[in-house]
Design a protein around this ligand. Structure first.
Ligand code: NZQ
Ligand code: ZN
Length: 387
């Protein structure tokens, strides 16, 4: 295995009723809380009222209406509230979009200029307010990592920031909060978890046996439990396994001893940036297309291993096994109701060149990914799943 350093300072409180600790935990940081949440699901589920009741002795400001693929305009609003109300701690209640908005606000609060500057030049991030999370979607892993993804509608950019100041201090992960998650979000979230694992699994280095086996377990967990959660939204066992899979999928445990740049995410972030699509749906379209494109002499053994250990495909011929593994991946996404073409996401061919160029410009896909992909390769991948 390659050398690594691993230190994640996030306290995870996992399971039913864990929210009871909220007031005590937040009081460690102060009395002024900014609660960041989305478009209404937490009001409908009762979580909004429950949190207000628990925080009755705090001064709670609110920033609601965070949209999927959160926008820098909301971050600017949040930073202004932090300054005006001397916020001590930010509480994100929701999925990756609320958490990522909260993370951007947390570091923006200590920066004099425009928060978008921190996205284009991460070295300007020096400090952040503490962040607490009440998680309501199993997908991104943002509840236990130092990444935040934010979109700029004016420039059609969707970019990530990475800073150790952005690890949540606390994440409350109660699987019962997933009971109200619609099937579409359950499936898209699962595709996102699987894509995170696939990005980390498909790297050239072969010596991290333990990390590869952990990846396969998380993938098998998603494959086993997503259909159950779709059929029975309030199945605790399914929701709890998916929730923990989400966290493990991107708390960087699954990259230890390996490393390397990602492939499908940089491509998908362009789809979201230009067309505001649901992240997991974009990944469900791109992942099998990318797999088919990069399958070759250098990669076939790992694809055959993926087919055997994730999909139980026992086929001696490596290429045949690899093809079957890719086919099963595509079929699984389809069976979960996820789209299989860009057309179904409302994306035509008109911006393939532009998006491919941006994916290369904003990531390590051309120089450090599993199979290095140039702009022309990415256009071909987009083309292969266009209709
Ligand atoms: O806005 P509300 O009304 O809350 O509705 C949300 C939203 O429409 C709804 N929802 C959330 N919890 C619910 C619920 N509906 C019913 N019951 C519940 N319990 O679900 C919709 C999607 O929410 P969102 O937060 O956008 O989902 P997700 O967690 O998939 O986050 C996606 C965002 O995270 C970024 C993505 O690019 C995208 O912007 N990512 C963040 C990463 C990170 N920080 O590490 C890594 C990922 O690869 C990803 O890029
Ligand atoms: Zn993702």
């Amino acid at each position: 295995m390659n050398n690594f350093t691993y230190c994640v300072p996030t306290q995870i409180r996992f399971g039913k009723g864990q929210i009871a600790c909220l007031a005590e935990e937040l009081s460690k940081y102060g009395q002024n809380v900014l609660m960041v949440y989305g478009g209404g699901s937490i009001r409908r589920s009762g979580l909004y009222d429950q949190i207000h009741h628990l925080l009755k002795d705090f001064r709670v400001c609110e920033l609601g209406g965070i949209t999927p693929n959160p926008k820098i305009t909301a971050v600017r609003e949040g930073v202004a509230i932090c300054r005006a109300h001397k916020i001590d701690v930010i509480l994100a209640v929701g999925g990756g979009s609320c958490i990522d908005a909260a993370k951007n606000i947390a570091c923006g609060a200590f920066y004099e200029g425009d928060p978008w500057d921190l996205v284009t030049d991460g070295s300007r991030i020096t400090k952040a307010l503490p962040i607490a999370v009440v998680l309501t979607v199993s997908a991104t892993g943002s509840e236990m990592n130092n990444n935040a993804i934010i979109s700029n509608e004016e420039t059609h950019e969707k970019l990530g920031i990475v800073s150790d100041t952005l690890y949540p201090a606390l994440s409350i992960c109660d699987p019962t909060y997933l009971y109200t998650l619609p099937g579409r979000q359950t499936a898209a979230g699962t595709a996102d978890i699987m894509s995170h694992v696939i990005e980390q699994y498909f790297q050239s280095y072969d010596g991290a046996y333990i990390t590869d086996r952990l990846c396969e377990s998380v993938l098998r967990t998603c494959i086993h439990y997503c259909p159950i959660a779709l059929e029975h939204p309030d199945d605790y066992e399914a929701r709890s396994n998916l929730m923990w899979a989400s966290t493990l999928g991107l708390n960087h445990i699954l990259t230890l001893g390996k490393g390397g740049a990602w492939s499908c995410h940089p491509m998908e972030h362009e789809l979201s940036a230009y067309y505001d699509v649901t992240h997991g749906e974009g990944l469900a379209v791109l992942t099998p297309a990318w797999m088919s494109y990069v399958l070759g002499e250098q990669t076939v053994s790992r694809f055959a291993m993926y087919a055997r250990n994730v999909w139980d495909i026992y086929e001696k011929d490596k290429y045949r096994a690899a093809y079957m593994g890719i086919k099963r991946t595509r079929e699984f996404f389809n069976a979960c109701g996820l789209p299989d073409t860009l057309l179904r996401l409302g994306i035509g061919r008109e911006r393939f060149e532009e998006m491919a160029a941006e994916a290369v410009r904003t990531s390590g896909i051309a120089t450090r990914s599993y199979v290095h992909l140039q702009k022309e390769d990415i256009v071909k991948i987009f083309d292969s799943c266009a209709v």
